[in-house]
Design a protein around this ligand. Structure first.
Ligand code: ZN
Ligand code: FE
Length: 250
C-alpha cells in the first residue's frame, strides 16, 4: 500500500492473518486491517529509518506476534533481532535473512525460501527497480557485495522495494546505457503503469539484471559510462561508487 509521498508498505495476508513490512506509518495499515478484517501477526523491518519504522509502536496494540528487525540497528523495542542465516516463518512462508549493509550499516533483507516460484524478496532501501539505495552509512564495496547477494537469488523472485523511484531511476539508467533495448521496453511499460496510477512494483530479479545499472557494473557500456564520471578503475566496486555519486547529482 502507498504511504507518504513514494513509500510502499507491503502487506501479506491469507484472508485472516496479515504481516506487514516496513510500516513507516500506521494509518494505512490499520485501515487495511479493518477493511479486510485481518489480524496482524508479525511486522518485518529492514532498517532503522523513520519512513520504515515510524508506525511500529502505533501498531503494537493490534499486533499478535513479533516485530522482527536487524540486530545491528536501533529499532523500536522490543523486537526479535535477526542476522544473516536466521530464518523466520510467517503465514506459513519461510524467509531467510540476508545482511545487506550499504544504505544503512545493519540493513537486512528477507528472501522467501523453499521450492516456490516467484518467491518474495523484501529488500527495503537496498535494491530499487533500476536503482539502489543511497550510501548513508556504508561503502560502495559493501553495497556491491549486498547487491551481489541479492542478484544471486532465483531470477523469478519478486522484488518488493519500499519506494516508487522507478521512473526517475530509469531516466538515470537511460543516461548510463542509452542503447539498452531491454531497459527501453521496460521504461515504456513503467511509464504506462504510472500514467494509470499503478505501481511499477514488484519487479523481478531477472528484469533488474537486464536493466539496473547498479547490478550491471561488469558490463562494458556501464563501465565506460562510469569511467566518464570519475570511476578510477574498471572494478565493479569503483564502477558502482562512481554511478552512485553520479546519480546523487543527476
Ligand atoms: Zn532508508
Ligand atoms: Fe526509505
Amino acid at each position: 500500500m502507498p504511504a507518504f509521498a513514494d513509500n510502499y508498505i507491503w502487506m501479506l495476508h491469507d484472508g485472516a492473518r496479515a504481516v506487514v513490512v516496513d510500516p513507516g506509518d500506521a494509518a494505512p495499515v490499520l485501515k487495511a486491517l479493518d477493511r479486510l478484517h485481518l489480524e496482524l501477526t508479525a511486522i518485518l523491518v529492514t532498517h532503522h529509518h523513520a519512513d520504515h519504522v515510524g508506525g511500529v509502536n502505533a501498531l503494537r496494540p493490534r499486533l499478535k506476534g513479533p516485530v522482527y528487525g536487524p540486530a545491528q540497528e536501533r529499532i523500536p523495542q522490543p523486537f526479535m533481532p535477526l542476522i544473516e542465516g536466521d530464518t523466520i516463518d510467517v503465514l506459513g512462508l519461510h524467509f531467510a535473512v540476508i545482511d545487506v549493509p550499504g544504505h544503512t550499516a545493519g540493513h537486512i533483507a528477507y528472501a522467501q525460501q523453499g521450492a516456490v516460484s516467484q518467491g518474495l524478496l523484501f529488500c527495503g532501501d537496498t535494491l530499487f527497480s533500476a536503482g539502489c539505495g543511497r550510501l548513508f552509512e556504508g561503502t560502495a564495496a559493501q553495497m556491491h557485495d549486498s547487491l551481489s547477494k541479492l542478484a544471486a537469488l532465483p531470477g523469478d523472485m519478486r522484488v518488493c522495494c519500499t519506494h516508487e523511484y522507478t521512473l526517475s531511476n530509469l531516466r538515470f539508467a537511460a543516461a548510463v546505457e542509452p542503447g539498452n533495448t531491454i531497459r527501453q521496453a521496460y521504461q515504456l511499460r513503467c511509464e504506462a503503469l504510472r500514467a494509470q496510477g499503478q505501481p511499477t512494483l514488484p519487479s523481478s530479479l531477472d528484469v533488474e539484471l537486464g536493466i539496473n545499472p547498479f547490478l550491471r557494473c561488469d558490463q562494458a557500456a556501464v563501465i565506460a559510462a562510469a569511467q566518464q564520471h570519475g570511476a578510477e578503475d574498471t572494478s565493479p566496486v569503483a564502477v558502482l561508487g562512481a554511478l552512485r555519486e553520479w546519480k546523487n547529482r543527476f
